[in-house]
Write a protein that binds this ligand. Structure first.
Ligand code: NAD
Ligand code: DAU
Length: 355
């Protein structure tokens, strides 16, 4: 049974929800959260934990840095790997950080795990949090066609390509070295603490500021929305009960076109259609994602319970409405000061580990 879990990227959107979820569902586990705090890493997402919880530790560190990883992995029993560059539009502007973190960072973690296992003979489960975007794009006119774990990979953005590389590298370490790895491929998450560059928090916070919402292309692209808590449940199920070497699709069974999503947000916000601005489409914009999650349901007994529409959207919109201070500090950049105020030089010292 896992006692000490290393979570990478725990200060991001899904990572911070996952840290809090594990704290609640597995209160006796020790948690280490390693996060380098890129623009999307925000210590304020875990403000309630950092000061009070002696079974939770934050380490500011880069997953590409072997010297940081080595001691952390040595003491861990398992790793859930969420750290990534995660935004498709940024990967179109500059793909290099995506290759660095999503490919090289994943490979560095896998090698550190392999070395720790060689040193003490103790296998550690590694869960790679991949994405449905590795499968590419589905047509709109074939609603029964969904991604299964057998669908060939066809990543079409630099982000998706870098995630697919990390995903395949992870599986290669199972086949080549017999390591205890599993991969999840999840659809679009919604919920609290999502960086307001992603469509839902961007649109809600724009409307709260009286600004229009930029809808890409014809607005007919489809995403399969899942509440972040359901994704966290799935990650725990795979961590505890998943088979080594297996891939598990995770989805909310909740397909919505972007225009449908936008109209629903406008209604919840009491705004009219005049607040939509149609803008130039994202290059290579995937048309539709749809997940067949029957394998994780049948094999691990997981099912989404928090993703029902429109309740999940209403709850999410309400969270951003109630937490204006949180997102205003993100949009203004003020959240970047929190780390220095809380930790000063202390965390840096904790990371100065020998290789
Ligand atoms: P996010 O951008 O909100 O968070 C990423 C976190 O990783 C940040 O805290 C950041 O500081 C950290 N990080 C980045 N580079 C790092 C590095 N080199 N070393 C250490 N930490 C680093 O992303 P998210 O939306 O929470 O996504 C988390 C994971 O889930 C990603 O792997 C993503 O590909 C995957 N995923 C996301 C979704 C989604 O809808 N958001 C769906 C499926 C899969
Ligand atoms: O499917 C899982 C993926 O979901 C994750 O792997 C990614 O990390 C995550 O960012 C998300 O990717 P998307 O590109 O689908 O999410 P995003 O919120 O950027 O966009 C959702 C849809 O909304 C997409 O069709 C593009 C559209 N969009 C997005 C933005 C930011 C707009 O129309 N306008 C916008 O301003």
């Amino acid at each position: 049974m896992t006692r000490h879990l290393l979570i990478t990227g725990g200060c991001g959107f899904i990572g911070s929800n996952f840290v809090r979820f594990i704290r609640q569902t597995r209160p006796d586990w020790r948690l280490t959260n390693v996060d380098v705090l890129t623009y999307s890493g925000n210590l304020e997402n875990l403000e309630d934990l950092t000061e009070s919880d002696d079974r939770y530790r934050f380490v500011k560190g880069d997953i590409c840095d072997r010297a940081v990883l080595h001691p952390l992995i040595t003491e861990a029993d398992a790793v859930v790997h969420l750290a990534a560059e995660s935004h498709v539009d940024r990967s179109i502007l500059d793909s290099r950080p995506f290759v660095q973190t999503n490919v090289l960072g994943t490979q560095t973690l896998l090698d550190a795990l392999r070395r720790a296992q060689a040193n003490d003979g103790r296998p550690r489960r590694f869960v790679y949090v991949s994405t449905d975007e590795v499968y590419g794009s589905l047509p709109l006119d074939d609603p029964d066609n969904k991604f299964t774990e057998q669908t060939p990979l066809d990543p079409r953005s630099p982000y998706a390509a870098s995630k697919a590389a990390g995903d395949q590298m992870t599986l290669a370490y199972f086949h080549t070295f017999g390591m205890d790895v599993a991969v999840t491929r999840c659809s679009n998450n919604l919920g609290p603490y999502q960086f307001p560059e992603k469509v839902i928090p961007l649109f809600v916070t724009n409307l709260m500021d009286g600004e229009k919402v930029p809808l890409y292309g014809d607005g007919k692209n489809v995403r399969d929305w899942i509440h972040v808590d359901d994704h966290c449940e799935a990650l725990l199920a795979v961590l505890e009960r998943g088979q080594a070497g297996e891939v598990y699709n995770v989805g909310g069974n909740n397909e919505r076109s972007n225009i449908e999503l936008t109209l629903a947000i406008l209604e919840l916000m009491g705004c009219g259609k005049e607040m939509i601005t149609y803008v130039k489409d994202r290059p290579g914009h995937d048309r539709r994602y749809a997940i067949d999650a029957s394998k994780i349901e049948a094999d691990l007994g997981w099912k989404p319970t928090r993703s029902a529409w429109p309740e999940a959207l209403r709850e999410t919109v309400d969270w951003y409405r109630a937490n204006r201070t949180w997102w205003e500090r993100v949009k203004s950049g003020a959240y970047r000061d929190y780390y220095k105020q809380q930790y000063g030089a202390r965390i840096g010292a904790a990371c100065a580990c020998e290789d």
